[in-house]
Design a binder for this molecule. Structure first.
Ligand code: ZN
Length: 310
């Protein structure tokens, strides 16, 4: 009996789908001549695909025509995807009583990148392509132009797999800033000037701690090397963004100083120690070869940072 009613319902569903498949959708075009003012899109192909999926996913114990069975996520706009995500944040086993005192989570880190591309326009294009799945809040041009691509409160996809201290999802807590730079060139003064103004605004607006202005290579040392070694971290630290050491007053660390622990305390993921040391040296040991060995000078730098900030 149950099988029979199941077959009846499936038959009904297929009949409805075949009706739908004959429908067409009319799309208004804003284009000028010689483009036609209207085009007719036959939705049969789309409906056919949906039918296939519905047929594959229907099980007798699942209510039929449940729209959650149709994997429409790839067809969603970013706004629809957000709404869908918010719906999934409801814990169904709990009762609900709305709170009235709340706002949005705010960013607590800033992560600086270089684009490895050849222009701001190329970077924007990359971030707007469906398959790239990457984005950032800001892109800063060589001439100091700043382009914002996402609201500061939204989660950009810029850090990827990353770790800093105990934070394992940097995208959720950070603003991503991309500097137009091919990865091998210095950063012009105008670009850094514009960046400093932007950082100042973000630091004040969201109360971001000085120590939380970091680079992509800091949080993903096995995969990334941006911003490149030309990036002026010292200048940033002097303005209150990130850290730097007393170059003229380096002390020899005490015998019990453990440089690996110091790297960890600063935030580096030392599970691949060589990668962490390379990231540290690329950032702090200027004009020297970037390798995986901590010299006595490197240890003194590390000790000074440790004493000064932690
Ligand atoms: Zn990056």
């Amino acid at each position: 009996m149950r099988n029979f009613s199941f077959l009846v319902v499936v038959g009904l569903l297929l009949f409805m789908a075949s009706c739908v498949s004959r429908k067409t959708t009319t799309v208004e075009l804003k284009g000028k001549e010689p483009l036609p003012g209207r085009i007719i899109v036959d939705t049969a192909v789309l409906q056919q695909a949906v039918q296939e999926v519905v047929k594959d996913t229907i099980k007798p114990d699942i209510p039929l025509l449940d729209t959650s069975l149709i994997p429409i996520a790839p067809l969603l706009t970013p706004e629809e995807r957000l709404a869908e995500q918010k719906r999934s944040g409801i814990y169904k086993q709990a009762d609900w009583a709305s709170a009235i005192h709340y706002d949005l989570r705010k960013p607590n880190f800033v992560i600086i990148h270089h684009t490895s591309q050849n222009s701001v326009a190329q970077t924007i294009r990359t971030f707007q392509l469906e398959h790239t799945q990457v984005s950032a809040h800001y892109v800063v041009g060589k001439d100091g132009q700043i382009v914002q691509m996402l609201n500061d409160y939204e989660r950009a996809w810029h850090a990827g797999r990353s770790k800093w201290g105990a934070v394992t999802d940097l995208n959720s807590v950070s603003i991503g800033i991309e500097l137009d730079n091919n990865g091998r060139e210095p950063f012009p003064e105008q670009q850094i000037g514009a960046l400093l103004v932007l950082l100042d605004t973000l630091k004040t607006r969201y109360n971001i701690p000085q120590l939380n202005f970091i680079g992509h290579a800091d949080v993903a040392p096995t995969r990334k090397d941006d911003p490149n070694a030309f990036f002026p971290w010292k200048k940033l630290a002097e303005r209150g963004f990130g850290i730097w050491y007393n170059e003229d007053y380096l002390l020899e660390p005490p015998a019990n100083f453990n440089p690996v622990d110091a790297l960890k305390i600063i935030g580096y993921d030392t599970s691949n120690l060589g990668a962490a040391i390379r990231a540290f040296k690329r950032k702090f040991i200027v004009n020297k070869e970037v390798d995986t060995i901590l010299t006595s000078y490197d240890r003194a730098v590390l000790y000074d940072l440790y004493r000064k900030y932690y």
